[in-house]
Design a protein around this ligand. Structure first.
Ligand SMILES: [Zn+2]
Length: 587
């Protein structure tokens, strides 16, 4: 069951102004009944992107991206379905109704909303205080000294906590929040020995830590005066805030990261601000010394390629290897950028411009290679004994490389550095302690449903879901979906099952194949959510057609069956025309 009622999702779709929504991303021009512009999903000089304001659909004739308002927000802002709905509801002021909630869940949600409100109020207060108070002069000077513009600081809602003991706690209590709530939100605490109740943050620059949707959950706070301890103070773990899940700047970076196809990860708050100011708006910061699995998950939802620009000394080897492994399981490429000795990302872009940083990205290496380089750099390579020790240390690292090509590359690299024949390194690998290699192989149960693996399969799932939610019209379309329309066997079997059990697709799930069962369940759950309109269904099917033809064309292009190629070209032309028709581009 979906979280929000179908009725409220329908009302939301009615409320969306598609031209305004898309127009915020790319300039649209009216041509007859439709709107066109440059595609926000691929680089182009002449517009091939089209919006149908009436059916609230978009389609790009260049790259084939298409969908409705919710899909558009998911794709351009890097949100999942539920988050996209919530973001749209906020923007268009539509109240979402939840499906029946049990009373305990409802209480938990209400409490959470109250704590969020409390933290939001504090955020606004700190931000005002930074710009309006005399006391924050030193903080303003520090930030300006780092080359940060006022607008950038305002965009990130950077603030200042006054030095008085209880400004925030007193104001919050006056507005009806209890001490318990203030403490739970991480803003206030009891004094030593249990007496008094005062602000947790005092005389500090406040960096709000928000979730992907921009809701502030906690703060990172930096001391302004040199005698203040500790230099950095964070919100402690609480109901809202979990350090290991947090990425500073994710709310502002996820859109640009989705568009740029990469996300940059740095260490400091001011690094993030400086990089955004320099135009590298796909940047976030981790909130600790090592990248956590939760952070990698969040990053992998944002973009398929992640660059870590971290201080080498502070990023633990094991944590990084673990992160790399999680990333690769999620189909995300994790690469490490080495900062020049003694420079941080902020200094680099401020002194040498964004291009200098982008150039550095070109030199990024895989995590394993990075770790191997570090081990070798720390080793004494002058003596045979030192080289033996170095080889001993890098062997388990090489063993973690899964692809033969990568392993070969690493073997050659190490052999070269250690001045050994590559065969010697290879042979030593075979006697490498097994535990490292085994630790890398929890490969069992790896056949997880191919979730969001690539755009094609995602589109196919979405289409199957739309069929389910469309009754008879949907069933007719489902019957037209051929093997060639689907890119995997799992989806073909799913289609067969859906056709056979159209009225009750969750009945008789194949017990012997968990992957298919999971795929079916996923499609049925999606069906609760997928846009349901006749034009969307028609567009979705044409989309499948187009991809089928293009796949076949690639295939035919390898031989010299020119007749077949010509046939496919003309089929493709027809499908494009039909899509044009749906989009209001009637010839
Ligand atoms: Zn495009």
């Amino acid at each position: 069951m979906s979280l929000y009622t179908k009725d409220s999702i329908d009302r939301l779709k009615d409320a969306v102004d598609m031209v305004e929504l898309v127009g915020a991303r790319t300039d649209l021009r009216r041509v007859g009944t439709r709107f066109t512009g440059l595609c926000p999903f691929h680089e182009e000089r002449t517009p091939s992107f089209s919006v149908n304001a009436e059916h609230k659909l978009y389609h790009c004739f260049g790259c084939g991206e298409s969908g409705d308002a919710i899909r558009f927000v998911q794709e351009t802002e890097g949100l999942d379905f539920r988050q996209a709905i919530e973001a749209l509801a906020e923007r268009y002021n539509v109240e979402l109704k939840r499906e029946q909630e049990d009373p305990a869940a409802e209480r938990r949600r209400e409490r959470r909303e109250r704590l969020l409100k409390l933290v939001q109020r504090a955020t606004d207060y700190y931000a005002r205080y930074l710009w309006d108070s005399k006391e924050a002069g030193l903080a303003r000077k520090y930030l300006a000294g780092r080359g940060l513009d006022e607008q950038m600081l305002r965009d990130f809602r950077v603030g200042y906590a006054p030095s008085a003991w209880d400004k925030v706690t007193v104001a919050a209590q006056r507005d009806g929040f209890t001490r318990e709530e203030i403490a739970a939100a991480g803003l206030g605490q009891r004094g030593r020995g249990g007496s008094g109740f005062y602000d947790r943050f005092r005389a500090r620059i406040m960096f709000p830590l928000a979730d992907p949707r921009g809701r502030v959950l906690g703060f990172g706070a930096r001391a302004v005066r040199s005698e203040q301890q500790p230099k950095y103070l964070n919100t402690s773990e609480n109901e809202l805030y979990h350090k290991g899940r947090q990425l500073f700047g994710i709310d502002r970076a996820r859109g640009p990261a989705a568009k740029a196809g990469r996300v940059l990860v740095v260490e400091g708050y001011t690094d993030v601000l400086a990089l955004h100011q320099a135009g590298l708006t796909e940047t976030v910061a981790i909130m600790g010394t090592a990248v956590t699995p939760e952070q990698v998950t969040l990053l992998s939802q944002t973009s398929s390629s992640v660059f870590l620009a971290l201080d080498a000394d502070r990023s633990g080897q094991e944590a990084m290897l673990r992160a790399a492994k999680i990333a690769s399981e999620r189909g995300v490429e994790l690469r490490v950028v080495e900062m020049p000795e003694g420079t941080d990302p902020a200094e680099l872009v401020t002194e040498r411009g964004p291009d200098a940083f982008t150039e550095l990205l070109g030199t990024a290496s895989s995590v394993v290679e990075f770790q191997i380089r570090r081990v070798l750099a720390d080793s004494d390579l002058q003596t045979p004994r030192g080289r033996d020790k170095a080889l001993e240390a890098v062997r388990p690292l090489i063993a973690t490389a899964e692809s033969p090509a990568t392993r070969d590359h690493l073997v050659r690299y190490v052999a070269d550095k250690l001045d050994l024949a590559p065969q010697v390194v290879t042979i030593s690998l075979q006697s490498a302690p097994r535990q490292a290699a085994e630790a890398q192989q929890p490969r069992e149960g790896q056949r997880r449903p191919e979730r969001l693996l690539d755009g094609a399969s995602r589109g196919e799932r979405a289409f199957l879901a739309m069929c389910i939610s469309q009754g008879e019209a949907g069933k007719a379309y489902l019957a037209r979906v051929s093997d060639g329309h689907l890119s995997s066997e799992a989806l073909r079997l799913t289609r067969d099952h859906l056709l056979a059990h159209f009225a009750e697709p969750l009945a008789e799930l194949p017990a012997d194949d968990p992957v298919i069962a999971a795929t079916i369940t996923e499609v049925v759950m999606l069906a609760d959510e997928e846009p349901s309109s006749e034009p969307a269904l028609r567009l979705g099917f044409l989309q499948l057609e187009l991809r089928r033809i293009e796949r076949e064309l690639r295939h035919a292009g390898q031989g010299d069956d020119f007749d077949r190629q010509r046939e496919l070209w003309s089929e493709r032309e027809n499908v494009r025309e039909a899509i044009g028709h749906v989009m209001g581009e009637t010839p």
